[in-house]
Design a protein around this ligand. Structure first.
Ligand SMILES: C[S@@+](CC[C@H](N)C(=O)[O-])C[C@H]1O[C@@H](n2cnc3c(N)ncnc32)[C@H](O)[C@@H]1O
Length: 306
């Protein structure tokens, strides 16, 4: 496990992701304010609630080390993570469901819950896929439930079945962190030699094995010997596959928003999807406030440097 994962630190770019989430939740509450729905917020990879912002050197922030676009928040040591943003935004939700596999983070979420005694907060320690799928199955009994799910894994831990279960509710909008450059594209090795365990992870994440045929090309030599090599367009195709499957599952999506590190290298894409087209202009606008929104033509380096 990476040091940052153990220490609960985040890169400064996390602000872009969290800013997008917050803006969407604000807009969501504005749209929903005069409707009689019960609003539900699901945070499947919730983290600890607050995270320490890492500098380029991986230490606690110090003013001289912080980089330009993070300068404004230079004095703050911790940023509010997704659960805090959801609790503090707009009129709030009627019910909150936070999941995290790490018991230490779940314990921090329990402490956070005590800061909001008036809110209905459910915290589950364990695999979010199981928890969210169970939760999604209850939506058909609740005609007045509507919600937002923030799905923010570090790696390919969000199973497609979970995304599908949320899509099947027709009541939950999703914002997904698709960790293409920081995790998924790294697992897709250049020589095609991917350990079976990781193939299983990628199959579960995409919900299909199609990613393999898109990521690799086979070339035969003069003697009829085939060589498998990773396509230069692998990252772009993998994003395209995921995004298209998302659009088909929900009905509506907007172009992905790229989040880069402080050197401008791609890290992940934020994706939005919904069964309801009302959110499209809002989601589009918010995603466009991120680094860039169009599907990448090129420039997705396989390994982010930083
Ligand atoms: C990127 S962090 C989440 C950050 C958080 N959403 C925020 O913005 O403040 C990913 C989190 O997922 C948790 N995690 C990893 N695998 C998981 C799984 N299968 N189910 C639930 N949580 C998981 C990790 O412990 C970690 O806290």
């Amino acid at each position: 496990m990476r040091k940052s994962h153990v220490q609960n630190t985040v890169g400064p770019w996390a602000r872009k992701k969290l800013g997008a989430l917050e803006r969407y939740l604000e807009a969501y509450h504005r749209v929903m304010q005069n409707q009689r729905f019960k609003l539900i917020y699901i945070d499947a990879f919730a983290g600890a609630g607050r995270a320490r912002v890492r500098t380029q050197h991986g230490n606690a922030p110090s003013l001289d080390l912080l980089i330009d676009d993070e300068q404004a928040a230079a004095e703050e040591q911790f940023i509010a993570g997704s659960p805090v943003r959801a609790l503090a935004t707009g009129r709030g939700f009627d019910h909150y469901f936070f999941f995290d596999a790490d018991p230490r983070r779940a314990a921090q979420l329990e402490r956070l819950k005590r800061e909001y005694p008036g809110k209905d907060i459910h915290i589950e320690t364990g695999d979010a896929n199981t928890g969210v799928q169970k939760l999604a199955a209850h939506f058909h009994k609740r005609p007045y439930a509507r919600g937002v799910a923030f799905l923010d894994p570090y790696g390919p831990h969000l199973h497609w079945k979970t995304v599908e279960a949320l899509a099947a509710t027709r009541k939950v909008d999703v914002i997904i962190n698709f960790p293409l450059a920081m995790a998924i594209n790294r697992l897709v090795k250049r020589d095609g030699d991917i350990p079976e365990k990781q193939v299983i992870l990628l199959d579960a994440c995409f919900g299909t094995h199609e990613w393999h045929a898109l990521a690799y090309e086979t070339e035969g030599d003069l003697f009829g010997v085939d060589t498998v090599r990773k396509s230069e367009a692998a990252a772009e195709r993998l994003l395209g596959l995921y995004h298209e499957r998302l659009r088909q599952a929900f009905g509506h999506s907007v172009p992905p928003s790229l989040v880069t590190n402080t050197r401008g290298n791609p890290l992940y894409f934020l994706l939005w999807a919904s069964a309801n087209k009302t959110g499209i202009p809002i989601a589009k606008h918010i995603m466009e406030m991120g680094d860039r929104v169009a599907l990448p033509r090129s420039g997705l380096s396989p390994e982010p440097r930083g």
